[in-house]
Design a protein around this ligand. Structure first.
Ligand SMILES: NC(=O)c1ccc[n+]([C@@H]2O[C@H](COP(=O)([O-])OP(=O)(O)OC[C@H]3O[C@@H](n4cnc5c(N)ncnc54)[C@H](O)[C@@H]3O)[C@@H](O)[C@H]2O)c1
Ligand SMILES: O=P(O)(O)OC[C@@H](O)[C@@H](O)[C@H](O)[C@H](O)CO
Length: 380
């Protein structure tokens, strides 16, 4: 059995690859980073270091790499012969890999290949559906050769220290929930996956609790001049602001999906403990990365804030987190720099500020959230 995984980065090597490897799949990583692919092809093994209360090391063997920027023929061959295809490249990269996947899956169908499971493991609601849509643009018959299933992946994998090679430091905790319905009776055997009929409550709760809380910690931490995530949570003011944000998303999740308040509170408490893990070298720069994506309409802040506002419920802590995002000015982050340029261009111009709120958040002036967003954008 062979798994083709796009994105040999933190979550690829440190999580999805681990579970697929433990399930007995030979791993082929496709990535555009040449040094990473060279290392994957040169080394026989790498180590995943789980850190936390019960540390352990996992040796990964049976992997190789294909350079998806240079070796198109090699990649198409892998798409034709893989038993499972997964991705962890970032939600905005799915559109970029879709045409090659379309070409490879078409070739697979033409040689009479079997249906292959395709699962995008990204922090976004219905990421696999989005990937399938993009593939259908050039190969409308793709559903005859691929089964697409949405997933929710949860494991904190920080950026790795230089000099660590392929080894990855991760937290002990993980959850990989995948919708089972697209597979009918033919669900792939991947121990460690939680198969669920309806993914919506899982992915929404994950994104609006883990990722909302994590990003809020990053932006409030950055605002307070703190660089490590676990240090940010030790700051009582940051901690209180993050708790307030998670109180609001809790209210929404309880109302929308009927989670028991105590169960959701236990989930919140557990993730705060995960963020506070001092052994994880995670930074506000990584967790706050790509602020334009994180500010967008269906993402971790505007998504829940809009739904709360539509229900007449309080979203003021989420709006404070949005204000903190607007101050995120990390020089190495292209989206942070683009955000700062856009804010500077709209400064002190009422109409331009109104337009920027809608451009970045997808919230138009008629929406009940618009007024408070407009206020924090106007204050920049
Ligand atoms: N790191 C985490 O804690 C974590 C946890 C859950 C989910 N995720 C999600 O997993 C995804 C990946 O995150 P990550 O932290 O592993 O990022 P990362 O930057 O470590 O890895 C992404 C990899 O994708 C590669 N890539 C970029 N463009 C590509 C392309 N066109 N084709 C093939 N490969 C390409 C990059 O070179 C990189 O190696 C994101 O959607 C993220 O939200 C991350
Ligand atoms: O990957 P992003 O940029 O969407 O979000 C940054 C972190 O919050 C994220 O990677 C978490 O570590 C992860 O989602 C935990 O499961």
């Amino acid at each position: 059995m062979k798994a083709l995984h796009f994105g040999a980065g933190n979550i690829g090597r440190g999580f999805v690859g681990v579970l697929l490897n433990e399930a007995g799949y030979e791993l082929v990583f496709a990535d555009v980073a040449a040094p990473l692919i060279d290392a994957l092809n040169a080394q026989e093994t790498y180590t995943v270091h789980e850190v936390g209360a019960q540390p352990r090391d996992i040796e990964i063997t049976g992997f190789s790499g294909v350079n998806s920027a240079e070796d198109t023929d090699g990649l198409l061959e892998q798409i034709k012969t893989a038993d499972v295809i997964t991705t962890a490249v970032g939600p905005t990269v799915l559109k970029i890999i879709a045409p090659t996947l379309a070409e490879g899956l078409k070739a697979r169908a033409e040689v009479g290949g079997s249906k292959v499971a395709v699962m995008a493991c990204e922090n976004a609601i219905n990421a696999t559906d989005g990937l399938a849509e993009s593939i259908r643009e050039t190969y409308p018959e793709v559903d005859g050769i691929a089964v697409f299933a949405n997933t929710a992946v949860d494991r904190i994998v920080p950026n790795q220290a230089p000099g660590q090679g392929l080894d990855v430091t991760v937290e002990n905790y993980y959850e990989w929930a995948v919708e089972s319905t697209p597979f009918g009776d033919d669900v792939p055997e991947i121990p460690g996956v939680t198969w669920v009929e309806d993914l919506a409550p899982y992915i929404t709760r994950k994104l609006f609790t883990v990722n909302t809380g994590h990003a809020a910690t990053a932006y409030f931490g950055y605002q307070a001049g703190i660089s490590k995530i676990s240090d940010a949570l030790e700051n009582s003011e940051v901690h209180a602001k993050v708790e307030a944000v998670l109180g609001e998303t809790k209210a929404l999740l309880v109302e929308k999906f009927g989670f028991e308040p105590e169960v959701q509170q236990a989930y919140v408490d557990k993730i705060l403990t995960r963020f506070a893990n001092p052994h994880l070298p995670d930074t506000v720069d990584r967790v706050g990365r790509a602020p334009l994506r994180k500010l967008s309409r269906n993402e971790r802040f505007i998504g829940p804030a809009a739904e709360l506002a539509e229900r007449g419920m309080d979203a003021s802590a989420l709006v404070s987190a949005v204000a903190a995002i607007l101050g995120f000015d990390v020089a190495e982050d292209a989206e942070a720099q683009e955000l700062q340029s856009k804010l500077a261009a709209a400064k002190d111009d009422r109409a331009a500020t109104d337009a920027l709120v809608t451009e970045l958040t997808g919230i138009d002036p008629a929406h009940p959230l618009f007024g408070s967003l407009n206020e924090v954008f106007g204050a920049r």
